[in-house]
Design a protein. Structure first.
Lengths: 329, 533
């Protein structure tokens, strides 16, 4: 929790700036939108976080979002599959993509960066070819299935704000993941593998299996997220749906306290990180800044956040060293 | 704060074999260093003389590294002054504000971890940052000519165009020394120079240091290995708890005396000579071919409660055998534990109670950035989990017990391991396995980079584990450690077992005889009958 203070500070600052200078920031509609987007991106960011914990990286998240998201209406509408068949198929397919990454990384010992970079190109290409590069959508049908992502719950006492249903899977996921990392043997092992894979292997940790599991979880969550995204927006273009989503996911995880060196993660921090990025995107529009500046602003905030984090880490390390000198000598 | 100034200031004048005070090149007057008010080094006086080897010994945390850092300009002393001899031999107060200052003043430090630029050739390594150049163009001829000269001075007859990366570690050490000398070093400081050298390479290094001494270089030799210090040093300064505990002259020091000064008590010796003839065989290694490049078969057994030492020179294949048994690498042949074959890799073998304390603590042993608690409980949490969840209160109890039992200092379970001394790091790695009461404990160089006191503690833990019925197999390059700890000794050479010795018949000579190869060992083959040539 302690390492999430930094990102929490940034989050609150960004919110305050947006609330003070942007007129419509505190409206129920805007906050509802923010909650929805934060929830959806949190799912991707948590997946990215699991992989980053192992010291790896997954660049294919956006393309998996696209492939899973596009395949869902494509199977439902064009091929008229039953929703009961489509959802498991898409989720299983996404998990298999992760398994494919994991096997290449642990058995063939390819670098995660390369494997998932190839994945980024591969799944985007498949999605475009499969659909003939045509926009895919629900065409006003399948309201029942889409309700998974579109339902909004009224909260007594709040008139304009209604809670999006996507908060439910995200909360469940966050709790499970936090418990997994702190309370289970495999969670501890995953952190140990990220810290020092070799030492973990010498300690009898099945490191290859855990790393593979991390990639399976990441792609599964990307697929699940992709499905929720398409339920939310209704239709999408295979050529641009999910573009750069892996970068939002990775940025949220890093802002949230995951070290790219591995071995460190905070589920709470990752979600705050995802929320910060969404607030930033909204704030740019509300503050009347040119929307072309979006990436530049997000890049700058990320850079400042990461640099501050590094400086604080170094300062603490120095203090620790002084303390340890005092204790040892 | 007592400075036991025994022979320091007076001996300069009384010692008639030396040429009076003129050969003092560096004098420290009451230098000390505090961190946040706590002394890491209490003020001490020190004289370093040309043509002399000064040994500095002490446990980890005794203040050796602080002293070296002050002498080499890495940190400034918080009190006291340093004096350097000028060209006429007169001492003048100097301030060393940086390593560059120290190098300029003629003080060169050769680090324990070597840091040669691997992609350069020898001439490039030696002159890195000081390359002779004309109009910005390297004067390669001059560079190579001078490099060859400095290399010859440390006894290396190598082409200066040889890439550094092909040299064995012992030769790199010598290249580092050549590099130091090429900076016109008058004072050469060596920090644990023999920690990764084999016995023969160590001998060679000591001979070269003696030659440098004869040429008038002042050598400061810091080492855990008292034998080496006693062989080469003219004077020895003993540090303990940041204070000088005395300066002894050649002829005044013996091993027991130095050890007593270092730890403040006598060190235990091997009094555990139990008989294991009737104990059941625990580990059976049959025709195992490990990852060693010679791909030779090895076969041997270890009984329950027995401590077996693997001796041999660097590269003899001891590490490869240990890693094969532990399942770190795959192997041919069979390994049986209590009659049941061990299959699979480390993850499966650990569950059968096969555990390895690896040689390279930082890379394979410790989770340096994690707390002591995590390092200690990592193997245990799996054995005591309920439906895959960690028993957290049990874990806390275990960690507290292990910190006390392993005597981790300071006894703080949340302290990150990288802030501990080498000895305490090793105790946490060993503690991780002791916590799960392994059936077979494998140790690779169990006390490398560990001070004398912690070394005794680690040996005691290993003995206690064996007394409780576990089988122990360890590899060590230090004959002394093998003789001290092992009940039975297996000697390897070039990937093969050359012979076996029972502890009571083993001597350093007998082990070296086998370890140096078949030509010497031929006479012993018939007696041991365990040779796989």
């Amino acid at each position: 929790m302690k390492k999430s203070f930094g990102i929490l500070g940034i989050f609150i600052t960004v919110c305050l700036v947006a609330a003070i200078f942007g007129e419509n920031f505190l409206t129920g509609y805007n906050l509802m939108n923010l909650t929805q987007r934060t929830a959806l991106f949190s799912i991707l960011a948590l997946g990215a976080g699991i992989v980053i914990v192992t010291g790896g990286i997954d660049l294919s998240i956006g393309s998996v979002v696209c492939l899973a998201g596009i395949t869902t209406p494509w199977l439902l509408v064009e091929h008229e599959w039953s929703p009961w068949l489509v959802l498991p198929t898409v989720l299983l397919g996404s998990a298999l993509i992760g398994l494919f990454h994991g096997v290449l990384i642990t058995k063939l010992r390819l670098q995660p960066f390369l494997v998932t970079l190839c994945g980024l190109l591969l799944y985007r290409g498949i999605a475009r070819w499969m659909t003939g590069d045509q926009s895919q959508g629900f065409q006003g049908e399948f309201e029942g299935v889409r309700a998974i992502a579109l339902t909004k719950f009224t909260i007594p006492g709040l008139e304009n704000y209604r809670l999006p249903s996507t908060v439910i899977p995200v909360t469940a996921l966050a709790v499970v993941l936090a418990l997994f990392l702190s309370r289970t043997v495999w969670g501890r092992w995953l952190l140990a593998t990220g810290r020092n894979e070799s030492a973990a292997r010498y300690s009898g940790v099945p490191t290859a299996r855990l790393i593979t599991l991390a990639y399976v979880a990441c792609s599964f969550l990307a697929g699940f997220g992709g499905m929720l995204f398409i339920f939310d927006i209704g239709s999408a273009q295979p050529s641009d749906f999910g573009n750069f989503y892996e970068l939002y996911a990775i940025a949220a995880a890093v802002l949230g306290g995951c070290s790219l060196r591995g071995g460190e993660a905070s589920v709470f921090g990752i979600i705050v990180g995802a929320a910060t990025l969404q607030v930033l995107r909204t704030a740019i529009i509300l503050l009347g800044l040119s929307s072309q500046l979006e990436f530049a602003v997000i890049g700058s905030v990320l850079l400042v956040g990461v640099a501050a984090d590094e400086l604080i880490r170094r300062f603490n390390a120095q203090r620790l060293e002084r303390a340890s000198h005092a204790a040892i000598h | 704060m007592s400075n036991e100034s025994q022979p320091t200031s007076s001996s300069t004048w009384s010692d008639s074999s030396r040429e009076s005070a003129t050969d003092v090149v560096l004098r420290a007057r009451g230098i000390g260093r505090r961190y946040g008010g706590v002394p890491a080094l209490s003020p001490i006086d020190l004289e370093i003389r040309a043509g002399e080897v000064l040994g500095i010994v002490g446990e980890n945390g005794a203040g050796k590294s602080t002293l070296l850092k002050i002498l080499s300009g890495v940190v400034a002393p918080s009190e006291g002054t340093l004096e350097m001899a000028d060209a006429q031999g007169a001492l003048r107060a100097t301030q060393l504000k940086s390593v560059r200052d120290a190098t300029g003043a003629g003080i060169a430090l050769v680090h324990q971890e070597l840091n040669l630029a691997e992609n350069l050739d020898l001439a490039g390594c030696i002159f890195l940052g000081r390359e002779p150049a004309r109009w910005g163009v390297l004067d390669l001829n001059a560079m190579r000519r001078d490099a060859a000269m400095w290399l010859a001075r440390v006894g290396l007859d190598l082409d200066p165009r040889t890439p550094c990366s092909v040299l064995p570690i012992a030769q790199r050490q010598l290249v580092e020394i050549a590099k130091a000398l090429s900076c016109q070093a008058r004072v050469l400081i060596l920090d644990e120079p023999t920690s990764s050298l084999s016995l023969r390479e160590t001998d060679r290094l000591l001979v070269i240091l003696a030659e440098l001494r004869a040429q008038g270089v002042a050598v400061v030799f810091v080492s855990h290995h008292l034998d080496e210090v006693m062989r080469i040093a003219d004077r020895v300064v003993v540090l303990r708890d940041g204070q000088s505990r005395g300066t002894l002259l050649r002829g005044e020091f013996d091993r027991a005396g130095l050890e007593r000064l270092m730890v403040g008590r006598d060190i235990t010796t091997n009094d555990r000579r139990a008989q294991h003839g009737d104990a059941a065989t625990c580990l059976t290694v049959s025709r195992v071919v490990s990852a060693h490049r010679k791909r030779r078969e090895v076969s041997f057994t270890v009984r329950a409660g027995e401590i077996v030492g693997l001796a041999g020179l660097v590269g003899a294949g001891r590490t490869e055998v240990l890693e094969a048994i532990a399942g770190i690498t795959t192997h041919e042949g069979q390994v049986h534990l209590d009659g049941i074959e061990l299959r699979g890799l480390a993850a499966e073998r650990v569950r059968r109670g096969v555990t390895l304390v690896p040689e390279d603590r930082a890379r394979h042993g410790c989770f340096l950035e994690d707390p002591v608690a995590m390092n200690l409980s990592l193997a245990w949490i799996d054995q005591r989990s309920r439906l895959g969840t960690v028993d957290r209160s049990g874990e806390r109890t275990l960690v507290q017990q292990m910190v006390t039992r392993m005597a981790v200092r300071p006894p703080q379970s949340q302290r990150r391991v990288h802030t501990l001394s080498g000895g305490n790091q090793q105790k946490t790695v060993l503690g991780r396995w002791i916590a799960v009461a392994p059936r077979l404990l494998l140790l690779d160089e169990p006390t490398r980079g560990v001070d004398v006191g912690a070394r005794g503690e680690i040996h005691d833990h290993v003995r206690r584990l064996a007394d409780a019925g576990s089988a122990v197999l360890f590899a060590s390059s230090e004959l002394e450690e093998v003789l001290l700890l092992a009940d039975r000794i297996i000697v390897m050479h070039e990937g093969a077992i050359m012979g076996e010795l029972a502890a009571h018949e083993a001597t350093e000579l007998a082990i070296m005889h086998l370890a140096t190869g078949p030509s010497h060992a031929a006479a012993d083959e018939s007696r041991d009958g365990a040779v796989h040539a």
